[in-house]
Design a protein around this ligand. Structure first.
Ligand code: TXA
Ligand code: MG
Length: 311
């Protein structure tokens, strides 16, 4: 595995590696992805194998501009282009009907495909040089917290992948909003940085949250650190010897691991790092303050509930 620097030369080498059939971990504005040629079924199978990802969990194609969308999808509704205009490059993934060039392995056999243009200069350069849509799930072992720095990727997958493009820490910290536009009215399959209210400004209605049945990946365990995770509201619990505490609205008590978040944005940006740091600190049970159930809070609470094994 080689570590590539966060500059144009690094992004070009990452793109060349993908063009020649390799798999590369790369930064996006949300989390690190593990990318390879999304038109090559063997490469996609290798990505799944490296992650230990169940074959029934489809993955996202990353493209460098909206123009490429028509080469990987068919019957694209006009509203998708309006959404792209507003939110791309950025943390919105659209589900549309899969085009014939895209191997069914990408979509776990579904007749739809997930596509996004990531909001990260290095990622865009890499994809452009690769010259193909880049299939990329988050660059973690299946079930583990998503990586938000190259260090997390190297610790977990370092010896199994060809390269890491080291772009430092991710800005947003949690994954894109997944919006299904493949059948009739839009549905949110995974809440993310783009909120239901923001989407409604383009769609003309507030998209409902899917029941989970539409997003096959949501059946599996997700974002789990080694420590137990418990959510709380109101006063922070008084920690016992091996507890960790993260608060949002008040100062936490001293503990072997304690953090105070100043905003929902900070909580999102730090979230997966906190899970990894708590494990490193030897925490047995990590108490996390619930965010409000609104906007970015919805996305954060979704990840927290999965970390806690509540869903
Ligand atoms: O921010 C992100 O979206 C990051 C960065 C790397 O782009 N990627 C990411 O990928 O989170 P992943 O594979 O960890 O999550 C993709 C989600 C899963 O919940 C998956 O089930 C869903 O998107 N998905 C992908 N293709 C789908 C499809 N055709 N139909 C329904 N859901 C799909
Ligand atoms: Mg993931």
């Amino acid at each position: 595995m080689i570590i590539l620097p966060a500059d144009e030369s690094g992004a070009v080498k990452a793109g060349e590696c993908i063009a020649s059939g390799g798999i590369v971990a790369f930064p996006t504005e949300t989390v690190y992805g593990l990318g390879g040629n999304g038109l090559d079924a063997f490469v996609v199978a290798r990505i799944f194998e490296v992650k230990g990802r169940p074959a029934d969990n489809p993955t996202i194609l990353h493209v460098e501009s909206v123009e490429i969308l028509s080469s990987v999808a068919v019957d694209i509704p006009d509203v998708v282009f309006q959404l792209a205009d507003r939110f791309w490059p950025g943390p919105l993934t659209v589900i549309v009907k899969r085009g014939p060039r895209v191997p069914s392995e990408v979509s776990a056999g579904l007749d739809t495909v997930a596509v996004r243009v990531p909001g990260h200069m290095l990622a865009l350069k890499m994809i452009e040089v690769a010259g193909c849509p880049v299939a990329a799930p988050s660059a973690n072992l299946s079930g583990r917290p998503s990586p938000t720095s190259a260090r997390h990727v190297i610790a977990e997958l370092g010896d199994r992948i060809d390269a890491v493009l080291d772009g430092g820490d991710c800005d947003r910290g949690i994954e894109s909003t997944v919006l299904d536009l493949s059948a009739g009215r839009a549905k949110i399959l995974r809440p993310g940085f783009v909120t239901d209210r923001e989407l409604s400004e383009v769609l003309g209605y507030v998209p409902p949250f899917g029941d989970g049945a539409g997003s096959p990946g949501l059946r599996h365990a997700h974002y789990r650190p080694r420590c137990r995770v418990r959510l709380f509201s109101g006063f922070p619990p008084v920690p016992t010897r091996r507890d960790g505490v993260v608060t949002l609205s008040s100062e936490p008590h001293q503990a072997i691991y304690s953090r105070r978040m100043r905003s929902l944005e900070e909580y999102a940006r730090e979230y997966y790092r906190i899970l990894r740091e708590a494990d490193e600190a030897g925490v047995e049970c990590l108490y996390l303050e619930r965010p409000i159930l609104h906007g970015l809070g919805m996305a954060l609470l979704d990840r927290m509930r999965r970390s806690a094994g509540e869903v």
